[in-house]
Design a protein around this ligand. Structure first.
Ligand code: 5RP
Length: 221
C-alpha cells in the first residue's frame, strides 16, 4: 500500500466518528484532505463544519459542505485531523502545514479529538519532526533565543511562510520531548509565542493509525 492509500484508509475509518446532525471540526493537511473528500459523500448527515485553515475551508466549500465561523458555534461534536508525530500517550506534534493555532482553537471547542495518520507518524519520543511554533513576527529572534536557552534545539525560520493569522513559524530541530505537557506550557509562556505545535495538554482521544495490516484504533497508554 502507498502512503496515500494508508491515509485514505484512515480517512474512511474516521467517517464512523462523525456524529449525525452536529457541527464537526475539520483539520488541515493531506490526510485531512482525504477525510474532507470522504465527508463530502455523507454531507447531508451533518449540520456543517468549522475549518482549521483557509485551505480546509476552501476544500469544504468546494464540496458544498457548510463552513461556520467558530464564533457562531457553541459546540463541536468531534475534531478530526492529522498529525506529524504521535507518541504512545497520544501526545502529538502538529503544524507541519502551519495551521497549528487555528487547529488548537477548533480543538478547544470540540468534545472529542480523533487523530488520523499513517503509521510513519508513530514515535517513541516526540521531537524528530521539527516542532513548529507560531510567533508574532517582531518577536522571532527573541523567541528563538529563549527556546535555545530553555530547551536547546535549533530554531529555523520557515522560509517565505506566513500563517493564516499573519505570523511566522519557527521550526525547532533536534528536540527530545520527554515531558510534552510541561514543554507545551512553558513554550506558551514565552512572550511573542502565539501557539506551539505540541498537542499534549489536550491530546488525541483516539488515534486511527493506518498500517499495511489495516486501521489500528489506539487510545492513550
Ligand atoms: C497542519 C497539520 C497536519 O495535520 C500535519 O502537518 C499532518 O499533515 P499530513 O496529513 O499532510 O501529513 O498539523 O498544520
Amino acid at each position: 500500500m502507498t502512503q496515500d492509500e494508508l491515509k485514505l484508509q484512515v480517512a474512511q475509518a474516521a467517517i464512523d466518528y462523525v456524529v449525525a446532525d452536529t457541527i464537526i471540526g475539520v483539520g488541515t493537511g493531506s490526510t485531512a484532505n482525504f477525510f474532507i473528500d470522504e465527508l463530502a459523500k455523507i454531507k447531508g448527515k451533518i449540520k456543517g463544519t468549522v475549518a482549521s485553515s483557509e485551505a480546509t475551508a476552501q476544500r469544504l466549500k468546494g464540496h458544498g459542505i457548510p463552513v461556520f465561523d467558530l464564533n457562531s458555534v457553541d459546540e463541536i461534536s468531534v475534531y478530526i485531523d492529522g498529525a506529524d508525530e504521535a507518541d504512545a500517550g497520544l501526545n502529538l506534534i502538529k503544524g507541519g502545514g502551519g495551521a497549528l493555532t487555528r487547529e488548537k482553537i477548533v480543538l478547544a471547542v470540540a468534545k472529542k479529538f480523533v487523530c488520523i495518520a499513517d503509521e510513519s507518524k508513530k514515535v517513541k519520543v516526540l521531537g524528530k519532526f521539527p516542532l513548529p511554533i507560531e510567533v508574532i513576527p517582531m518577536a522571532r529572534s527573541y523567541v528563538a533565543r529563549e527556546v535555545v536557552k530553555r530547551f536547546g534545539g535549533e530554531p529555523v525560520l520557515r522560509d517565505g511562510f506566513t500563517t493564516d493569522n499573519g505570523n511566522v513559524i519557527l521550526d525547532i530541530h533536534g528536540l527530545q520531548i520527554t515531558d510534552p505537557v510541561a514543554m507545551e506550557n512553558e513554550l506558551n509562556s514565552i512572550v511573542g509565542v502565539v501557539t506551539n505545535g505540541l498537542f499534549a495538554a489536550r491530546n488525541a482521544d483516539v488515534f486511527l493509525c493506518g498500517t499495511h495490516q489495516g486501521v489500528q484504533t489506539l487510545t492513550a497508554k
